[in-house]
Design a protein around this ligand. Structure first.
Ligand SMILES: Cc1cc2nc3c(=O)[nH]c(=O)nc-3n(C[C@H](O)[C@H](O)[C@H](O)COP(=O)(O)OP(=O)(O)OC[C@H]3O[C@@H](n4cnc5c(N)ncnc54)[C@H](O)[C@@H]3O)c2cc1C
Length: 461
């Protein structure tokens, strides 16, 4: 009854072709890349494709009247259950608000709608010699709105930072339907509280981002990718620290372990060396003339630190090939078992080797295969575990292993999410890493921005 009222109200406010209410349609939009069937998710009551800020405000007004949750959705690729409903509600789908409204070469900014695909923005600004660095591995599908809400990062974070470092300003529709501007269209801004930073990484629980002004930088003239193989994980990870100690600052310092290399090569062959224990993918960028010097300096460090095979790209096709392999790691795991889980724990870099070895040991003890990749320059790894959720025993061991991995991460001075967020999947663990007083303040902030608890409720904590 309540649902039919909701659909009626939505149909009065928006074109009917923008509203989906059939059970199959609601099902499709009530899942995301977390895909754990045992999390407490429910079906959405309706899926709404919004096309303008005014339409977003109308939906918020209806949600307020009906006391119904609103769950924003970009591409649904987050891996933590951040956009699945827990108490029904409206899925607010941004795929039709996908316009790049302006690219200003002079100010080096782009004004975008939230549904713009990250990779599309990158391609468009690069045509003008500009650069938007954040690069979640699935940048061909994930959206700017989702990236802002999860503070996504990716391989280039090591040199260039995460999404939060590129958001200058946002238009946000609040829980009561008001439209607010969080910052200003300027490179710096010390005018009052940094309100935008509260919304970035808030997983759609505090406000709805309906437009963003993004900072751009000049596109580096040239890039090159170095691939180095090692016979031990320890050698590969300690080399990362050696490169940084030499004050060399590549664009990426990324990692794949033997299981990841073999699994990728099995399903998406690109010529990776499957007999090695670990590989580093090191991208460098800058002026063309400077790259050979930088590359040789890095290759010298690699040789001195037991790299057993070093290759580097000589053109864009070769570097794209290496990155295609790395970006296929999660997809290749899905071919091993029906499902795959991933994570994004992070530790201070000096403890990285202990984390990687520790995760491998934990998974071995629980008879789980782990394919590990990661942005190791940041201290961050993604243990990807192929799993069959129908196998209850395997699932039980996966849950215990996950908890042990978090305990290890905490022991090594790290935290449970570097870039994927908390969502539903990790909320049971947040109190292990966030101070109780700080959590209380977070809850109070949620109450201030969303007193009726209608914006993506019951996520994070
Ligand atoms: C194969 C794979 C590789 C990945 N690699 C990386 C990686 O390298 N680095 C990384 O950081 N992440 C990575 N991720 C995670 C994922 O890419 C990011 O979380 C992504 O940016 C989410 O974007 P999305 O458009 O899919 O958002 P969604 O999953 O649709 O939503 C994510 C969150 O944003 C909220 N949201 C969406 N739009 C809005 C809006 N307009 N206003 C307010 N809230 C909103 C949703 O409610 C939800 O809480 C990867 C995921 C996959 C599947």
């Amino acid at each position: 009854m309540l649902t039919s009222n909701l659909i009626k109200e939505l149909n009065k406010a928006l074109p009917s072709e923008n509203i989906l209410s059939e059970i199959e349609e609601r099902y499709v939009y009530s899942v995301d890349a977390s895909n754990d069937p045992y999390t407490k998710s429910t079906l959405a009551d309706a899926v709404v494709f919004v096309e303008s800020i005014e339409q977003v405000q109308k939906v918020v007004s209806i949600a307020n009247k009906q006391m119904t949750p609103i769950i924003c959705r970009g591409a649904g690729t987050n891996t933590v259950g951040a956009c699945v409903p827990t108490h029904g509600g409206i899925i607010l789908n941004f795929s039709k608000m996908n316009k790049i409204l302006e690219i200003n070469s002079n100010n080096m900014t782009a004004r975008v709608q939230p549904g713009v695909i990250v990779g599309d923005l990158q391609n468009e600004v690069e045509k003008l010699g500009l650069f938007y660095p954040p690069d979640p591995s699935n940048l061909k599908v994930s959206t700017i709105g989702g990236s802002i809400a999860q503070n996504s990062a990716g391989a280039r974070c090591f040199k260039y930072g995460a999404t939060k470092d590129y958001v200058l300003d946002m238009l946000v529709v609040t829980a009561n339907g008001e439209l607010i501007r969080t910052g200003s269209n300027t490179i710096k801004n010390a005018t009052g509280y940094n309100l935008g930073s509260i919304f970035i990484g808030s997983e759609g629980t505090l406000g709805i981002v309906v437009e963003a002004t993004i900072k751009l930088i000049p596109k580096p003239e040239s890039t090159q990718v170095i691939m180095a193989y090692f016979n031990t994980v320890e050698d590969s990870v300690s080399t990362v620290n050696k490169i940084i100690e030499e004050q060399v600052f590549p664009t990426t310092l990324d990692f794949m372990d033997k299981n990841a290399i073999q699994t990728i090569e099995k399903f998406y062959p690109t010529g990776l060396l499957c007999d090695k224990e670990a590989a580093l993918i090191i991208e460098i960028d800058g002026y063309q003339v400077s790259l050979p010097t930088l590359r040789e300096k890095i290759c010298d460090i690699l040789r001195k630190n037991n790299a057993v095979n070093i290759q580097y790209s000589t053109n864009k096709i070769e570097s794209d090939n290496i990155w295609r392999a790395r970006r296929s790691s999660m997809a290749s795991c899905t071919k091993v078992k029906p499902n795959v889980t991933t994570d994004d724990i992070i530790v201070p870099r000096s403890n990285l080797a202990k984390l990687v070895k520790g995760i491998q040991d934990i998974c071995k003890r629980h008879n789980l295969t782990v394919c590990m990749v990661g942005h190791v320059g940041d201290g961050s790894v993604h243990p990807q575990i192929p799993i069959d959720y129908n196998d209850k025993n395997e699932y039980k061991h996966y849950k215990i292993a996950k908890s042990e991995i978090y305990q290890l991460t905490v022991k090594l001075g790290g935290t449970i999410s570097g870039e994927h967020g908390i969502g539903l999947e990790k909320k049971a663990y947040i109190a292990k890493v966030v101070d109780g007083g700080a959590l209380d303040y977070m809850r109070q902030i949620k109450k201030i921005f969303d007193p009726k608890n209608i914006l993506n409720p019951y996520k994070i904590f």
